[in-house]
Design a protein around this ligand. Sequence first.
Ligand code: 6PG
Length: 638
Amino acid sequence: MNSNNIYIVFGVSGSGKTTIGKALAKELGIPFFDADDFHPESNIKKMSEGSPLNDDDREPWLKILSNQIIGWHKIEGAVLACSALKQKYRELLESIAPEFIKWIFLDGSYGLISSRLEARKDHFFKKELLISQFKTLEKPKKGISVTIDESIPEIIKKIQSSLSIQKSQLGLIGLGVMGKSLAKNILSKNFSLSVYNRQVKNKEVDVAKCFVSDQSSDHKVLGFDELEPFIISLEQPRSIIIMVNAGKPIDMVIEALLPLLSKGDCLIDGGNSHYKKTLERAQKLSKHGVYFIGAGISGGEEGALKGPSIMPGGAKEAYEQSGSFLEAIAARDKNNMPCCSYMGPQGAGHYIKMIHNGIEYAEMQLLAETYHLLRFYDDKTPKQISDIFESWRTKGIDSYLLEITADILLKKEGEEFLIDKILDKAGQKGTGGWSTIAALELGMPLSTISESVMARNLSGMKSKRIKASEIYQIKTCKSDGDDEHFLDTLEQGFTAASIINHAIGFELLVEASQEYEWNLNLSEIARIWTNGCIIRSELMEKISTLFLKDNQNSLLLFPEIVRLMKVNIEALTDIVSKGLKAGCSLPVLSASANYFLTYIAAQSSANMIQAQRDYFGAHTYQRVDKPLTEYFHTNWKS
Ligand code: 6PG
């Protein structure tokens, strides 16, 4: 940073060299030195005897200083306060390393400085000395001059802008795949940026420096592998995006940052953190006057680079301070509005991202099941399935996940399709499971999402599955090919299941909003999910418009959705029964059909559950023929 420069603040005595020098040094995070502390013994003796120094006396002192300057430059630079009134003193000071020296002349009139000195109670003002200083002063021809009739912060600001000392508008910690892409996105929007990445021997070496050297010289970017200079390089109040792994790494970064931050700074966690942890972190930081925004960011590497969907939650003031950066780097919706807006208080942003991921898990599983049916029941090749999915994209059900699935199916390695070579064990980092737990905590159904998590878990039991398949020897039956409507039915069934999956996700958001008093705006959530994120789709566009009409309604109860479901539900149940009968497991397609049939059933099977509970545990039940405030118990054996 700042090329280890030596900033020499000079001027007559009383011009404020020490005060301004110290303030500048603090601002730049480099040490401050006073030239008077470097006089040789002989000068100190002379001065203590009250004799003034002549130019011969000054020469060895200035030489000492010019040597010091080289030493300070080698370490981190410095600010030096020195009267340096004559041109020849200044030439001596910069005789060894002129290229690193930045001259800052504090310019004030005799009247201003003498009145200031006179006002100082702790200081005996020698008028003659000041007059002689003004006589000696040779105004500089190089460097910058700042007038001293302003406040210290104003003077510092002027010095910084005159010397083009770069301060960054934004900071970013963690240059992993997502962090790097986001940093490039930030730079492409012409923000000045400081990036920090830790040093880990043989693993993460000079990551920040390499990132900086890879960027075009038009971009204002500074790289650091130490936190302190990184923090100092940022404009205040600071906005810092943290892109490190969720969990412990976030806490470690916060811990290390805390002593370096100032009141009003704002940390933005852009990872997939658990919303409860976000709440805890925000509370801890607020005790120190530091804001915390938990911002879900969706869109993967490409989204981070070109514009992700961003779901920030936290204090409103924090969003007012840092939200404009997030909005600038986010994707745009069809009306060119940013796919980022204030979601709600602490925890809300990461909760919404968690539900986004839950919906994502189930949509992925729906596509996987649909592919599986086409491949193993309907005997299609990956290329044929890709063509089918491509054709669906033109039928009002296009989505990013449908698009990439069609693409995946075309990928070949030599003569063979890559999809056939990929091991059928699904990984996961936890957000789907967290959504399931969050639903359980609120007593809410989450059928498609929880089933998609279980499907991943079950897929992981590969060796057991192989053993069981050998024992049972039940093979998937092939379609006899006489169902000419199979593809249409599958498309309709998929459409219905996808609507149900989204309805389930939004239903949980409504409940969470009430429970945690978040006042979530469902239409706005759907709108910021229309671009940039993994679950962007034509359906999401529709959902966003529907919730504009009624933010509290259930998705499945909007007349437009009712019409769609009425057209497609039979196809869903048809596909599920055909598929199961043929020996294909269809966990999320079945879960969506089951959810829907229960959701629209005025009479469910739960009367039997209540009777059973009362039978063995006297848990009591309500009756349809009595007020619901009354509870009954029956002695079932008598
Ligand atoms: C996104 C993704 C992203 C990540 C998932 C993957 O919105 O950009 O959801 O956050 O790819 O967390 O999660 P799993 O590894 O659990 O599938």
